[in-house]
Ligand binder design. Structure first.
Ligand code: SAM
Length: 225
């Protein structure tokens, strides 16, 4: 497929899947119109890059549905000068969207081959404000903290304490919390040093956040709810 055709599919994706479902933040819509999602999917899935569902990216992981990427990004309410942490780099697509909307993005991935692929995609596209780290993102990335925005793109049993600690006062954290087949997308705001408010945005289904403050792989496999 030609670049021009991908461009057309991308504009249609934003209009029909994202704007029509109520995303109205113009900066988010512009970022979604700008970042070539097809550069982040596997060659086998190229034709489906702009469709209304998640796609496999290898290693049993997924790139999220475009609408969910837009919704999570809008919920962070970024203005351009933030330092943002993403947990779960995956394909790198969500981090690329964040790179347009924030000053700096630190993204942590536990699977080295995915982190490497995302690094290559950022280099290809000339994205220089995303820093990819390999490790257990349930511990956050303390070296670059505090963060004005934190986005977790995998399902957690609860909000990892290190992430709450690394959130700046006034900052926002967006995370899916719940069990295997049903999680709630939650927004947490740090309103004072030791005070957080949280609300539920909508039900979602993500792959597990595995790690010290996340799920244990065996426990996740055994879950039947
Ligand atoms: N944000 C990604 C994108 O735009 O393609 C989609 C992420 S995918 C739904 C979830 C990712 O979280 C997977 O790549 C998985 O390996 C990663 N992950 C799971 N547990 C993690 C952890 N403790 N630390 C870092 N990454 C983790």
């Amino acid at each position: 497929m030609e670049d021009k055709e991908f461009e057309k599919l991308r504009q249609q994706m934003v209009t029909t899947q994202i704007e029509r479902r109520g995303i109205s933040n113009q900066r988010v819509l512009t970022a979604m119109r700008q970042i070539p999602r097809h550069d982040f999917v596997s060659p086998r899935e190229l034709e489906q890059a702009y469709e209304d569902h998640p796609l496999p990216i290898g290693e049993g992981q997924t790139i999220s549905q475009p609408y969910i990427v837009a919704l999570m990004t809008e919920t962070l309410d970024l203005h351009g000068d933030e330092n943002v942490l993403e947990v779960g780099t995956g394909s790198g697509y969500q981090a690329a969207i964040l790179s347009v909307l924030a000053k700096t993005v630190h993204t942590v991935e536990r699977i080295p081959s995915l982190a490497e692929r995302a690094r290559l995609a950022f280099a290809r596209l000339g994205i220089e404000n995303v820093h990819v780290h390999v490790g257990d993102g349930t511990l956050g990335w303390v070296d670059a903290a505090p963060y004005q925005g934190i986005l977790i793109t995998a399902a957690a049993p609860y909000v990892p304490r290190p992430l709450l600690d690394q959130l700046d006062i006034g900052g926002r954290l967006v995370i899916p919390v719940g069990a295997r087949y049903h999680q709630d997308l939650q927004l947490w705001r740090r309103v004072a040093d030791d005070q957080y408010h949280h609300e539920i945005i909508l039900p979602v289904a993500f792959v597990p956040l595995l790690g010290e403050h996340g799920w244990n792989e065996k426990k996740w496999q055994e879950l039947d709810f």
